[in-house]
Design a protein around this ligand. Structure first.
Ligand SMILES: Nc1nc2c(ncn2[C@@H]2O[C@H](COP(=O)(O)OP(=O)(O)OP(=O)(O)O)[C@@H](O)[C@H]2O)c(=O)[nH]1
Ligand SMILES: [Zn+2]
Length: 212
């Protein structure tokens, strides 16, 4: 199977064909959108909005500057031989759909089977964030989380399930609230052993999605 790890990407420094616009240019683009929506960017309530939107985008898309390989690099071997499944359930996930740039809200469940080394559990949640805080489709997000854990930690297997609501399907377009998209990526023993997969899915459970 083809496993690739998507690293941090710095638009300005790594891809010379794309220069990162300045903050002023980004704010001017927001002003254009406000005008295009039919409002007056100079009225009091909107005057600071371009700067606010730029700051919000820095938060929404902070993942481009994060390197999941670096996040996962610190691991521990002193586990007294612990080799059972480690599961992190219900990791809150906030992403943005790459087609409409509106929120994808849900949660991820991440499991791995240690092969000698374990990783700090917060690092698994940080990897979810590093990939979620980018423009995404859910399939790619799910694969990226699993691939990076497999590549860096080299466990006997990795399982990732993502359940999320897509606001591009609720607040616009087809307008279907309450629809959950569920994606999974199973690697190593989770892929070859159906009973392990069942054990993980039973732990992940099925509960209502968080409010979008
Ligand atoms: N597979 C997949 N599709 C997604 C995801 N997020 C959004 N989409 C879909 O991407 C598609 C983009 O379709 P287009 O026809 O190009 O865009 P559109 O005209 O805005 O489509 P509608 O949403 O149907 O109005 C839509 O069907 C979305 O529902 C995702 O994470 N995975
Ligand atoms: Zn969308």
């Amino acid at each position: 199977m083809n496993i690739t790890v998507t690293p941090a990407r710095s638009p300005a420094s790594e891809d010379q064909s794309r220069t990162r616009p300045s903050r002023e240019e980004a704010e001017a683009a927001v002003r254009t959108l406000l005008l295009w929506a039919g409002d007056d960017p100079e009225r009091e309530g909107l005057r600071d909005t371009p700067a606010r939107v730029a700051r919000a985008y820095e938060e929404f898309f902070a993942g481009y500057a994060e390197d999941p390989v670096e996040i996962l690099a610190r691991s521990f071997e002193e586990t007294d031989g612990y080799d059972e499944m480690v599961v992190l359930r219900d990791i809150r996930l906030e992403s943005h759909c790459e087609h409409h740039m509106v929120p994808i809200i849900g949660r991820a469940h991440v499991a791995y089977l240690p092969a000698g080394r374990v990783v700090g559990i917060s690092k698994l949640a940080r990897v979810v964030e590093a990939y979620a805080r980018r423009l995404q489709i859910q399939e790619k997000l799910t694969a990226q989380i699993a691939n990076s854990i497999q590549e860096v930690l080299q466990p006997r297997g990795v399982a990732v399930v993502v359940e999320a609501g897509h606001q591009c399907m609720t607040t616009r377009g087809v307008h279907k609230p309450g629809v959950a998209m569920i994606t999974s990526r199973m690697l190593g023993e989770f892929r070859t052993d159906p009973s392990l997969r069942r054990e993980f899915l039973a732990m992940a459970g099925r509960r209502p999605l968080p409010e979008a």
